[in-house]
Structures are given as structure tokens and as C-alpha cells.
Design a protein around this ligand. Structure first.
Ligand code: GDP
Length: 632
């Protein structure tokens, strides 16, 4: 979804061109029609085939200098400019002023329409085009395509559409940050509908039926209807022109500049930290505490501009400023704004917000304040924190903040920023954090490591933890946290000493299974005089034997002796009950108890010693003192 905004001097043919392109007369007010001059924003739309058949909104702004402030309400949300210069008049004062505004707002996409081409000779067009190239140099629109066009004859219209299409197709889609905001540029009521607001949606989707908040007024309403370009929709995407029918608010409560958002996602502010560029064409230096009019989104608010490291700012220079506003506005980090002198009205410059919610009125000429603002402007603190996290791998948050070199306040902003973008994964409660990308990489490495291991050792239940840890090159704490998280989300299963993919199962081949069946049958026939480890290995192979032991299909009690688990269990219980009755047992007694040989009896008792069940005293075994049964 894209929006194009017109710009250019009054009477240069903007509205006529929009109508020629879209078939819609954008001049909406009767007064305008009568005077044949755009004094407020006009809206139209067109379909450009290369843009996936989506309709593109067109905002027609007034060119007359008396209405420049209306122009600012529309130009904030545009993707590309349709910059209009009449071929017969060439560059005029508002041509320059609009260009300066587009440059301050950093609108880099655009097409220059050299209108009324029917009124001039071809040579003249070439001269004007050269003139234009010169004034565009060094601005955000430098190098934009110039297309001679006549709304009267239709010459150049296809070329103009193609150029618009090309410039828009190069733009990335508007980001969806999951927090929609619709700066209101029109409010009206329609019979049978009630209150309708329009605007260019950014940062998220607006959905039919949503409960919304209108800020800074703090009103709540319900979205009963949504339209884009007069068509009903259920879901509006970021970057689209939206008309929303709101229930629960009156037209009289709303005005241009307010913002429709989801409840609790934005809070109004009356203080802004920003980077400001003073226009080179400005007449006078900008003084500290000068009165200004701020234009941001569709809002227009009076305020004063505090120069944080200048006494006064000469035209053409940039500075860190704190703007104190007379009324609250709803803005986000990175929003671009324009400042005008209130009277006599003149554009003095503009810039970008680096902190929409500074905690205090900053001290001036303070190196720490400036350094913090530079950090905020440079990388966006969230970006810096993410980079630190990516460099560190799983780490305590505090360590990442230190590495990123962020102070407490900036760190808070950074954290909010990356949490909002779901870029943070907490591990081990909140003891450690890892970036989403870092986590994805670790999880992938873990999967790859384990699946390689399973492929190499299909009969092993899992990979020894220590081996996994050294393969992933992690510290113990981070490793444990990663495994715990991977278990929790079902990627892996972990037993005491090994880790395996959750999907891993030890499977014997048909041939292996039949040797296993024969062997286990032998164990069942002679439970107490069972086949030795050596014999088992010879019959089923070492790997299969290990798998049987790992699975618990056989219990190994010594380097030579194995039992079935049920045999083992009853043997342990019988030794224990013998001990409870007789208080002691010898190897010979054990041998007789199970009608087995001394080898098995000795192996079992030695095993019970190591298990802490029995205790050897001379030639006899006693129940170990801490045994639970003993105390009961
Ligand atoms: P805007 O103030 O920039 O929106 O200018 P308008 O669209 O209102 O046009 C101003 C005047 O220029 C009107 O009288 C139009 O009829 C005339 N005009 C617009 N486009 C053309 C064109 O391509 N050729 C000629 N000859 N006149 C035009």
C-alpha cells in the first residue's frame, strides 16, 4: 500500500493532473471548486499495474503559500512525491518551499511532472528541466525522473504513470510494528454512519471491530466501518489511506492531528528530543527558546525550541534541540517533523525525533546529554543493544547493556524497542537473554549437532551433554539454559547425561531385532544365570547391546553381568527382605537364594554396595545405615 503526495506552486496544475491520472477530482470543498484552487487536502487513488494490483492513494496538497500548513498535514505520511512544476512558469517560490519540506521530511522517492507541456516549445522544456535538475541537487529528490506532461492533451501521462510505478516499486512495504496509528487528517459525519475520520495508517494494521483510543484526547471508540478508497475492507494495512467509522465519539470531540491507536500503545508527550536542521534559506539565525509551530503527523502545535548546544543557530546548520510543546502530541521515535515560525509564517527547518519521551528538561551545553542524543540518533539504541547481544550470545541483560555502552535511561528505551519488536528471548527465567536471531541460530546448531549425532549413532539414545556443550561452545550456565528452553518448546528431550532430538527414537533393523528377541528369550529362560556381557556383545553386536542397556531393556550390574530389569528388581527386593529379617547376607547365601553361581551373586552384592543399598563388613553385607527401610 502506497500513498503519493503532490507538491508544487499554486496553479501549476496539480489538481488537474491528479484528475487526469485518477479520474477523480480531488478538490473536495465547494469553496475550492468555486475558486478553482486547492485550499485543503484532496484525495484520490489510482491502480498501478506493477504494484500487485493494489490501489495507490493520492493526496493533493494546496500549493498556495497561505495554505502551506494544510499541505504539511498531508505530506507527512507519503511514500513518494509527485512534484509538479508548470513548464510555462518554471521554478517559483512554493516550488522551492515544497522541495525544502520534502527534503526535511526525507522523501527520497518522487517524480517531477513538468506540467502544461502543451503551452511551450520542446527547447524550452529542455531548459526548464536543466533548471530543475539544478535545484534538486543535494536534496532528497536529486536525480528524480523529470516527465513532461499535459493534462490537456494527455501527452506524457503514460510515461508519468510508468515513472511513478517504478519509483514506488523500489520502495520496501511499510513496516508492520504491531502498533497501528492513524493521524487524523479529516473528521466529518455522514448521515446514517456518524463520525468518520481519515488518515494515512502507519506501523500496524487496523481491524474492523477494534477498540481504539483517540489521543491525546484519551477517548475510546469502536471501529464500526473501515474503507480504503471508498471500498469496504476488514483490515487496513500500514501505508494505506483509511477512512474509519468510529462509534462512541462525536465529531465535535475530534480534530485534525489527533491519533487513532490501540488502547495503551502510545502516550502523548509535550517534550521531544530531536535533531534539527535549520534551512539554509531561512532569513535569520534561530534563537534559543524561539517560538515555533511544530508539524508532525497531521498535527500542528505551538511550542518553543531549546537549543541544547548553541546560543543561536545560523541558517543551514543542524543542532540537538528539545522542543517543549503547548499541547500534547502523539509521536514515535524516528518521526520526521517540520518547524515553522508562527508569524509571519515561514518554514524554518525540520528534522527527526530521537526521543519522544525525554525524562526531563535537559541541561544545556552538557556533554553527557549530547552524547546520549548522538547514541540515540546513530544506531537507534535498540540496534546497539541487539548488536551487543549478538556478539555476546546468551548473557545477563546487564552485561549486554554494558557492552552496548548504554546508560540507564537509554537502556530502558533500547529494551522497550527490541521487546516490542519481539527481538528478545529470555532464558532461565529472566537470568539470561539472547537475541531472537541468536536464539534461532543456537536452536538450529543444536538441531544440526544432534541430528548429525543421531545419524552417526542411530542406536544411541542421545548425545552426551558435555559433547553437545563443547560443540555449541557455550558456558555451563548458558548451555543449561539453552537446553532447558529447547526442552520446554519441544525441540529436544534431555535425560540425565544425554540430550536427543525430541523426534529421535532408537530403532533396530529387522535383523537386529530378531537377534535381540532371541537374546532376551535366553535371559527369560535363565534369569539368574544370564548370558555374559561378552556373550551378548558377540550375539547382537556392541552397539545394539549398548542401546539395550541405555533403553533399560537390560540392567548392567558389573563389567560381566547383565539381568533383565524385572529380574534385577526382584533380586534387589529379595536381598533387602533377607537383610531385614536376618540383618546380614553372604555371597554364598545370595548364590543360594537365586540358585545361581558365585560370579552372579558377587556381582550383584558389589553392585548393591555401589548403589548404597548394602554395606560390606568383612565377608558379610549389612543394610546400609541410611536406608529408608531401616528407619521405618
Ligand atoms: P493547482 O493549483 O496546482 O492544483 O493547479 P490546477 O490543477 O488548479 O490548475 C491550474 C490551472 O492550470 C487551471 O486553470 C487548469 O485548467 C490549468 N491547467 C492544468 N493543467 C494544464 C495543462 O496540462 N495544460 C494547460 N494548458 N493548462 C493546464
Amino acid at each position: 500500500m502506497y500513498v503519493i503526495g503532490t507538491a508544487g506552486h499554486v496553479d501549476h496544475g496539480k489538481s488537474t493532473l491528479v484528475e487526469a491520472l485518477t479520474g477523480i477530482n480531488p478538490d473536495r470543498l465547494k469553496e475550492e471548486r468555486e475558486r478553482a484552487m486547492t485550499i485543503d487536502l484532496g484525495f484520490a487513488w489510482l491502480t498501478l499495474p506493477a504494484l500487485r494490483g493494489e490501489t495507490t492513494g493520492v493526496i493533493d496538497v494546496p500549493g498556495h503559500r497561505d495554505f502551506i500548513e494544510n499541505m504539511l498535514a498531508g505530506v507527512g505520511g507519503i511514500d513518494a512525491a509527485l512534484f509538479v512544476v508548470a513548464a510555462d512558469e518554471g521554478v517559483m517560490p512554493q516550488t522551492r518551499e515544497h522541495l525544502a519540506i520534502l527534503d526535511l521530511l526525507q522523501i527520497h522517492s518522487g517524480v517531477i511532472a513538468l506540467t502544461k507541456s502543451d503551452l511551450v516549445e520542446a527547447d524550452w522544456l529542455t531548459l526548464i528541466a536543466a533548471d530543475l535538475a539544478a535545484i534538486l541537487r543535494g536534496t532528497a529528490l536529486e536525480g528524480a525522473t523529470v516527465v513532461p506532461v499535459s493534462a490537456r492533451t494527455g501527452d506524457g501521462l503514460p510515461e508519468l504513470k510508468a515513472a511513478l510505478q517504478q519509483t514506488l516499486a523500489q520502495r520496501p512495504p511499510r513496516p508492520d510494528r504491531g502498533r497501528p496509528r492513524l493521524p487524523i487528517d479529516r473528521v466529518f459525519s455522514l448521515p446514517g454512519f456518524g463520525t468518520v475520520v481519515t488518515g494515512t495508517l502507519s506501523d500496524g494494521e487496523l481491524v474492523l471491530g477494534a477498540e481504539v483510543e483517540i489521543l491525546p484526547a484519551g477517548l475510546t471508540a469502536l471501529v464500526r466501518g473501515l474503507q480504503m478508497h471508498k471500498a469496504k475492507i476488514e483490515r487496513a494495512k500500514p501505508g494505506s489511506r483509511v477512512a474509519a467509522n468510529l462509534v462512541g465519539v462525536e465529531v465535535s470531540q475530534l480534530r485534525r492531528g489527533m491519533v487513532v491507536a490501540l488502547p495503551g500503545q502510545f502516550s502523548p508527550t509535550t517534550f521531544l528530543d530531536a535533531r534539527f536542521r535549520h534551512l539554509a534559506e531561512a532569513e535569520l539565525p534561530l534563537k534559543h527558546n524561539a517560538e515555533v509551530k511544530l508539524f508532525v503527523g497531521a498535527a500542528e502545535v505551538l511550542g518553543t525550541v531549546r537549543l541544547l548546544n548553541h546560543d543561536s543557530l545560523p541558517p543551514g546548520e543542524s543542532a540537538w534541540v528539545q522542543i517543549a510543546l503547548a499541547e500534547p502530541v502523539v509521536v514515535a521515535n524516528r518521526d520526521r517533523f517540520i518547524l515553522r515560525r508562527p508569524s509571519p509564517g515561514a518554514t524554518i527547518g525540520g528534522g527527526v525525533i530521537v526521543d519522544p519521551h525525554p525524562k526531563r528538561r535537559h541541561k544545556r551545553f552538557d556533554a553527557a546529554v549530547i552524547a546520549r542524543l548522538e547514541t540515540l540518533a546513530e544506531g537507534a539504541p535498540g540496534e546497539m543493544l541487539l548488536q551487543a547481544l549478538e556478539a555476546l550470545g546468551p548473557a545477563p541483560l546487564k552485561q549486554a547493556i554494558e557492552k552496548a555502552g548504554l546508560d540507564g535511561e537509554t537502556a530502558g528505551l533500547a529494551l522497550a524497542e527490541i521487546q516490542e519488536a519481539s527481538e528478545l528471548v529470555y532464558l532461565d527465567g529472566e537470568a539470561l537473554v539472547v537475541s531472537r536471531a541468536g536464539w534461532t541460530k543456537l536452536a538450529n546448531d543444536l538441531r544440526a549437532t544432534l541430528s548429525a549425532y543421531h545419524a552417526a549413532h542411530p542406536l544411541r539414545a542421545g548425545m552426551p551433554r558435555e559433547e553437545v556443550k563443547s560443540r555449541l561452545r557455550l558456558e555451563t550456565k548458558a548451555f543449561q539454559a539453552i537446553i532447558a528452553q529447547a526442552v520446554e518448546i519441544g525441540i529436544v528431550a534431555a535425560s540425565g547425561a544425554t540430550v536427543c532430538l525430541a523426534s529421535h527414537q532408537v530403532k533396530f533393523s529387522v535383523a537386529q531385532q530378531s537377534t535381540v528377541d532371541v537374546l532376551l528369550a535366553e535371559f527369560r529362560r535363565n534369569p539368574h544365570n544370564s548370558p555374559s556381557v561378552k556373550e551378548c556383545a558377540a550375539r547382537v553386536g556392541e552397539a545394539v547391546l549398548n542401546a539395550l542397556i541405555e533403553q533399560g531393556a537390560l540392567v548392567q550390574v558389573s563389567s560381566e553381568v547383565l539381568f533383565l530389569p524385572e529380574t534385577y528388581q526382584t533380586m534387589v527386593e529379595r536381598v533387602q527382605s533377607h537383610l531385614r529379617a536376618q540383618h546380614k547376607i553372604t555371597v554364598a547365601e545370595t548364590r543360594d537364594l537365586f540358585s545361581t553361581s558365585r560370579k552372579y551373586a558377587l556381582a550383584l552384592l558389589e553392585h548393591l554396595d555401589t548403589q548404597g543399598i548394602t554395606q560390606r563388613v568383612g565377608d558379610e553385607r549389612l543394610l546400609k545405615a541410611h536406608d529408608n527401610f531401616y528407619h521405618e
